[in-house]
Design a protein around this ligand. Structure first.
Ligand code: 5GP
Ligand code: MG
Ligand code: MG
Length: 183
């Protein structure tokens, strides 16, 4: 079994790169069909989505496709509503656009819920959600996931853009925390 050590923890192979590539190709096909007449704007959420964005967008063939990037921090305001702060903003006008949000992972759904609320304020025509990985059992904030490459159990993973404390984003495979070190 392929293993990697990041900081103090050991991780083992969960899903190999070829399987992830295939799953992303399926998502690209679906999007190419569904959104062919929409001149979609792909909104990549940094940092985790950089690899998914690249892998997916190489296979998008829709005329008028645009890509922009956003880095966000969500924080609680004085009320219970989450707020989004754009650390790197998208400078494309979102009004009347079909936006496809690209995420590395939907876990609790919290970040995506806040992001969708925030984007609705910019009056887009439609908002679609595409994620590389999704942990449906971890979802506490309901999100409609329009496109998902692979569903996972509720475990911590790294690789393919996802990090453990800064490390592991560059791995083409996906790794799971070894149970031996998962105390
Ligand atoms: P949320 O809980 O708001 O849905 O997830 C927020 C973000 O946390 C995800 O987009 C992803 O970047 C990160 N995240 C969630 N689960 C994991 C995981 O298993 N591993 C890593 N490295 N990051 C995760
Ligand atoms: Mg993310
Ligand atoms: Mg992280």
């Amino acid at each position: 079994m392929k293993k990697v050590k990041l900081h103090d923890k050991e991780f083992e192979l969960l899903i190999d790169a070829a399987t992830i590539d295939q799953a992303i190709a399926k998502v690209a096909n679906e999007i190419n069909k569904d959104l062919k007449d929409t001149k979609p704007l792909f909104l990549s959420i940094l940092n985790g989505s950089f690899m998914f964005t690249s892998d997916l967008l190489k296979q998008i063939t829709i005329p008028g496709t645009e890509i922009c990037f956003m880095r966000i921090a969500s924080y609680e305001g004085t009320s219970s509503t989450g707020k989004i702060k754009e650390l790197i903003g998208c400078n494309v006008n979102l009004t009347d656009r079909t936006i496809v949000i690209l995420e590395d992972m939907i876990d609790s759904g919290r970040s995506m819920t806040y992001l969708i609320d925030y984007l609705k304020g910019k009056n887009p025509k439609a908002i679609k959600v595409a994620t590389m990985f999704y942990k449906p059992k971890a979802l506490t904030h309901p999100v409609t996931v329009d496109y998902c490459a692979l569903e996972l159990e509720n475990d911590f993973v790294v690789g393919r853009g996802l990090d453990y404390d800064g490390l592991g984003r560059n791995y083409p495979d996906l790794y799971i925390l070894s149970t031996a070190t998962n105390e």
